[in-house]
Ligand binder design. Sequence first.
Ligand code: ATP
Ligand code: MG
Length: 379
Amino acid sequence: MGARKRLYVKELNLINFRNYSRFHTDFNSKYNIIYGKNAQGKTNILEAIFLCSSGRSHRTKKDAELIKFEENSYYVKLKVNRDHTENEIEFFCSKTEGKKIKINSIPVKKNVELMGKLNTVMFSPEDLSIIKGSPSERRRFIDIAISQIKPSYFYNLQRYKKILAERNYLLKDIGKNSKFKSSLEIWNESLADTGSKIIKERKSFIENLNEIVKSKHKELTAENETLNIQYQPSVKIDSNWNLNEIKDAFLKSLEEYFDREIKNSNTLIGPQRDDISIFVNGNDVKLYGSQGQQRTVVLSIKLSEVEIVQSLTGELPVLLLDDVFSELDEKRQQYLIENIKGMQVFITTTEKELVKFYENTSEISLYEIENGKIVNTIK
Ligand code: ATP
Ligand code: MG
C-alpha cells in the first residue's frame, strides 16, 4: 500500500485503574499479546487504551467504575507516536471532581479535542450487541466510528443532545400551559439544523460502510453470504437529498408530530430514534442469524471500519482485539490476520499458542498478566 503514516501506542501508565495499582510499560509498534488467565486484567489494559482514544470506556458509561475498588481516583497516561511526533494523553478521574483530560499537558475541556489523536478499532465480545442489542447500541457504534474520523460530528452530537433535552422540557411546559408554544419554533429550528447534519453524516457513513462490508463478508463466507446494511433514519429522507432538504423534512415531521409530542412530553422523531438494519441474504440477521453468522457479520463490519478510518485519515488505526480469536474458526482467524497487517495490534488471549501465527518474532511482544501486574514480558 506504499508509504503511509504510522500510528502506535508507545507507552501506558496506570494508577489505581480497575485492578491495577500501578502499571507501566512500553509497547511493540507491531504486535502486543496480552496473555493471562481469566479475570487478571487483560481487558482492562485495552479499556485504558480505548479510553484515551474515545474518551470513554467500551464497557461502561460510568467513569467512576474505572477507579480501583477502595480508591478515590485513577490516573492514565498514554504516549502515542505518529510520524515521529509524540503526543501525551492523560486522564484523571476522581469520585468528587469527575474526569479531567490533558493533551500534551494542556487541559482540554471536552472529549471532542481528543478525537483523531489516537484512532482505534476495538473488537470485543460486547460487539455482538451491535446486532443483538437495542437501536441505541447500533447508534453508539456508528457515533463512535464517525466521531473518530470527523470531530465536528461528535461536537454536533453533544449539541443535539442539549437541544433535545431543552426541547423536551419545553414540550412538558406547553402541555401544562399553551402560552409557551411561541418559543417552540426556535427550538425546532435548532433541533432540525443540528439534527440534519447528524443524519447526513450517518447516511454517508453507512452507505460507505455498506459498500466495503459487502466484499469483506463475501470473502469471509466463501461467497455464500451477501451482507447488506441499511440506514433507517427516523426522519424519512430521499437518497440524493442535500442538507437543506433533510432539514426541511425534519421540520415538517416536527409539525406533523406536534400533538403526539405534547401528549408524550417527548421528541418523537430525529437521530435519537435512528437505527440500522443488517441483512444476510435478505434476512434480518438479528432475528434469523446463527451465533456464528452474527459474529462473522461483526467481524466484517469492524474490518470495514478499519478500512474507512484508513481511507479518510490516511492512517491505519490501532487495533484492540479482545478475546477475538477464541471465537473464530481457523479460516476466519487466518483471514483476520491477513487483514490486520501493518497495524499496531493488541491482542488479549488466554492461550499462549497464538504466537504461532507470527513468523517474525521481533515484531511481537508478550505480556503476561496476573492479578493486575505484569509478571513476565517477552520482547
Ligand atoms: P477474561 O479472560 O475473563 O476476559 P481479563 O483478564 O480480561 O479476564 P479484566 O476484565 O481485564 O479480566 O479484569 C477483570 C478483573 O478486574 C476482575 O478480577 C475484576 O474484579 C477486576 N476489576 C474490575 N473493575 C475493578 C475496579 N474498579 N477495581 C478493582 N478491580 C476491578
Ligand atoms: Mg477480558
